[in-house]
Design a protein around this ligand. Structure first.
Ligand code: PLP
Length: 400
């Protein structure tokens, strides 16, 4: 068999992605290497996934040790890594109960089903889920329907019903929408895919108060913001607003697939035996890796690095912008940053991403106008400077 190349993607894969022309084969820390040995500095971390960089020794150790012990049992049995991880998540958050699954979409699917189940048990007239326009919650039919980007939910036949959307960060619109029919309000504390747009503290506080006043649940989708990315273990802790249900994935496994839904005992009891499940949820390999991630991330040292590297990256982007005048603003929280292209360059974030890759630095876009940065939480000062240097050349070439 001939060695695989990027051309094989077009020949063999379902064409729902358009990957870059270069093909990574190895990663270490915040660096990736392609098939020809060229290196790339990684300011994307997958999409906010490889929270400890590539092949972090604590994760390699956890994975390989667990690989010698036990890979899988069904949910007719439980296992030690899942129980240890659940205990750590409960100890570190508002939650009293944890449900494990394999992705962000599945964590949200569980959250939305649980909210509907709670409503159906307490008050069957209540079924409405209120979400934000431009939000992103995953790609299952329920999660694209709750997500506020119609382009992702159209063309797949009838959608789940009783879902409405209100503009993000608009307290009056949320107040007008919530009623005795509302079973849950769903919010991303920072809209990630929607353009790295942080919620205001007042908005999250209002969402909490409105949910309480109308007997609805408050769900925070922290799939992208969670596990240290914003400068706390979860962003809700920085906002000082506690949800009833929180979903986590992406950074939780640091590159190994896992998702989690966190909630209180009171709410969790509505998922009684047999009401919901998934074959791989609580997989020992995934949970062992996630435990190593939590142990490493939930430390003062890593949180201090997030704050310091975020300041460095922001300052570097502001300095490049002072020179080149590309961005209207740099926004975000911790190491989830978005540089918003100004009107002159509107719609061209994809070109910036491509130019950056040519210069050997990986960045992301978040919609057509925002260049997104979500590096490893343990990226070094030297790596950030080097990446900013490469990005500077890329932006210069882009501004032409
Ligand atoms: C990525 C993302 C999801 C979906 O996660 P998957 O693991 O791709 O299913 C859901 N919500 C938010 C906020 C995300 O950023």
């Amino acid at each position: 068999m001939h060695p695989v190349t990027r051309a094989d993607f077009d020949q063999y894969m379902v064409p729902n992605y358009a990957p870059a022309q270069w093909l990574p084969v190895r990663g270490q820390g915040s660096r990736l290497w392609d098939q020809h040995g060229r290196d790339y500095l990684d300011l994307a971390a997958g999409i906010a996934v490889t929270s400890l960089g590539h092949c972090h020794p604590a994760m390699v150790k956890a994975l390989t040790e667990q690989a010698q012990q036990l890979w899988h049992v069904s949910n007719t049995l439980t296992n030690e890594p899942a129980l240890r991880l659940a205990r750590k998540l409960v100890d570190a958050t508002f939650a009293e109960r944890v449900f494990f699954c394999n992705s962000g979409a599945e964590a949200n699917e569980a959250a939305f089903k649980l909210a509907r189940k709670v409503a159906s048990d307490r008050d069957p007239a209540r079924d409405e889920i209120i979400a934000a326009s431009n939000s992103f919650h995953g790609r299952t039919l329920f999660t694209v329907s709750v997500g506020g980007q119609p382009k992702y939910s159209e063309g797949f036949g009838p959608r789940p019903q009783a879902i409405s959307h209100v503009p993000y960060n608009d307290i009056a619109a949320l107040r007008a929408a919530v009623s005795a029919r509302t079973c849950a309000i769903v919010v991303e504390p920072v809209q990630g895919e929607g353009g790295v747009l942080p919620a205001s503290r007042e908005y999250l506080q209002a969402a909490r108060e409105l949910a309480d006043a109308h007997g609805a649940l408050l769900i925070f989708d922290e799939v992208q913001t969670g596990v240290g990315r914003t400068g706390a273990l979860y962003a809700y802790q920085q906002y000082g607003v506690t949800p009833d249900i929180l979903t986590s994935a992406k950074g939780l496994g640091g590159g190994f697939p896992i998702g989690a839904m966190l909630t209180t005992s009171e709410i969790a009891q509505h998922f009684s035996v047999g009401t919901h499940g998934t074959t791989y949820g609580g997989n020992p390999l995934a949970c062992a890796v996630a435990e190593a991630v939590i142990d490493t991330v939930n430390t003062a040292e890593v949180q201090a690095n997030v704050t310091a590297r975020a300041a460095q990256l922001r300052a570097g982007l502001e300095a490049l912008n002072a020179e080149l005048g590309l961005f209207a603003e740099v926004r975000g929280m911790g190491l989830l940053l978005g540089a918003v292209l100004n009107d002159h360059y509107a719609g061209r974030a994809g070109e910036v991403v491509a130019k950056a890759a040519e210069a050997g630095v990986i960045v992301l876009q978040a919609g057509p106008n925002v260049v997104r940065f979500a590096p490893s939480l343990v990226i070094g000062e030297g790596e950030v400077s080097e990446a900013l240097g490469r990005l500077g050349s890329a932006l210069q070439a882009f501004a032409g």
